[in-house]
Design a binder for this molecule. Sequence first.
Ligand code: R5P
Length: 281
Amino acid sequence: MDWGLKNRLSRIIKPSTGKAVMLAVDHGYFLGPTGGLEDPRKTITPLLPYADSLMLTRGVLRQCVDAGSPIPIVLRVSGGNSILEEELSNEDMTVSMEDAIRLNVSAVTLSIYVGGAHQHKSLINLGKLVDEGQKYGIPVLAVTAVGKEMTRDERYLSLSCRIAAEIGAHFVKTYYCEGFDKLVKKCPIPVVIAGGKKVSEMDALELSYRAISDGAVGVDMGRNIFQSDAPVAMIRAVRAVVHEGYSAKRAYELYTAIKNDKKNKKTNGRMTKAVAAPDFD
Ligand code: R5P
């Protein structure tokens, strides 16, 4: 791997632990003002000190993140669809590599839709993005998007992750599933998990713990952090699982302690109530 590409990847997957806590706030690219992200700057700012990297669109990056921030950026570069469309797989590239470089990103990311109506286009786009990434030393994160009617089992997710790796993605984001350890063994690139729909804090910490135990290098979590009652407490608890090997129970105790700590109350990052906004999966 070229030095520049390796260097950028090491900003996301921390060499000290070999793990990554990525904060995903790119939902608006097809969901618009997702619950908890109505005002992205307010939601993101208090969480930045606890995230290793931030996954988002260029619009939110330019408008809502200070250019002086040291946070490594994983830039979403695919889109072209919305939640109003039944078939979500019809995505194309929405950002040029030139603009990604101008934004000084640490990685670029796009969704692939294995088995979807537009599978071919998404996989060819991944190949083109990897070619561009190789040219400029920018790592590519493939996100295995799941069509509405697809089962998220080990067989399907292993297929998607392996295809992403074969085409040349440098790391892949997928969902946790039963038999996740087998998926990781069959995937020659690092795997991070998405958090998925909001569940209880304990369940989200349990999910993180199982994923790490099964070989994931980290989490790329969104709603289970920013829709939490105490987002800062939650990201710090997730961090403890990923980087410090906390059990879910111990991390939940940490979450509760930070949430209830008077000093932290004002800065817990709870800015907006998660309202009934469009959601997916
Ligand atoms: C997937 O299409 C996007 O990257 C999502 O924004 C991301 O996967 C969501 O993260 P989470 O499921 O943890 O909210």
